[in-house]
Design a protein around this ligand. Structure first.
Ligand SMILES: [Zn+2]
Ligand SMILES: [Zn+2]
Length: 238
């Protein structure tokens, strides 16, 4: 069973989302908080640390996180990280060693560039903590009756995080998994069913025969469906 260091932030996110349903999925909230923290660190305190620099030289960023770094306050900091990364990368693209000596050219570049694909310093840092939060939330569910109540009070869990939480529980609970699944799927499927009804009503409202009918909760159904299906990430936490 994993460590308990994330008990406080996990509990807080579940409380905050239960108190204000527009906040949506508590795991999206945890992710966005972790991301904000990592963005602040990389352009601040940890930017010049040698072991961080070593990792950003190797990995660089995904397009999503590069975009967020661009909108951050420290563009010089980003420039310095890139200067170092790009200089090293350029050197690594050249062929070297025996293969190059025997005239085999162009083998180093695709290999090295392949290693950049899907390899983001920030994604990795966030994932490290986030996966432990998921396990910690399983632990909380098994140990605290009050946390079980918080789970039932969630507006919903988005499907990507529902999946990841179930996977974490399957790994950690073994025989207790069926009970876990039955309990945590209640708020998810309740929201799913209501959302389906809202999406249908949204579509119906484009038919003139339904002009007189009120929109109800269907007006933002398509936007909400997006957050439910694909998670609601890379946003400041409100
Ligand atoms: Zn989520
Ligand atoms: Zn990333």
């Amino acid at each position: 069973m994993s460590e308990k260091i994330y008990t406080i932030p996990v509990n807080e996110a579940f409380e905050e989302c239960a108190a204000e349903p527009s906040r949506g999925c508590p795991f999206c909230r945890l992710y966005n908080r972790l991301e904000k923290n990592e963005l602040d660190l990389i352009l601040g305190a940890s930017m010049m640390e040698p072991d961080v620099r070593e990792q950003t030289n190797e990995k660089s960023f995904c397009p999503e996180h590069f975009g967020l770094l661009l909108t951050g306050k420290n563009k010089l900091g980003l420039g310095l990280i890139l200067e170092s990364h790009m200089k090293q990368l350029r050197e690594e693209l050249d062929d070297r060693g025996p293969a190059a000596l025997f005239g085999k050219v162009g083998t180093a570049a695709p290999k090295r560039l392949n290693r950049l694909d899907g390899n983001c310093y920030l994604c990795d840092r966030i994932e490290y903590s986030f996966s432990r939060m998921l396990s910690n939330a399983v632990l909380l569910w098994t140990e605290e009756e009050s946390f079980r109540e918080k789970v039932q009070a969630q507006p919903y869990l988005c499907l990507p995080h529902f999946r990841r939480w179930l996977e974490a529980a399957e790994r950690e609970l073994k025989r207790g998994y069926a009970e876990f699944y039955r309990a945590v799927s209640v708020p998810v499927y309740a929201y799913f069913d209501a959302l389906n009804a809202d999406v249908s009503h949204f579509c119906r409202k484009f038919d003139y025969r339904y002009d007189a009918e009120p929109w109800g909760t269907a007006k933002d159904a398509v936007e909400r469906a997006g957050k439910f299906l694909f998670a609601d990430l890379h946003k400041p936490v409100r």
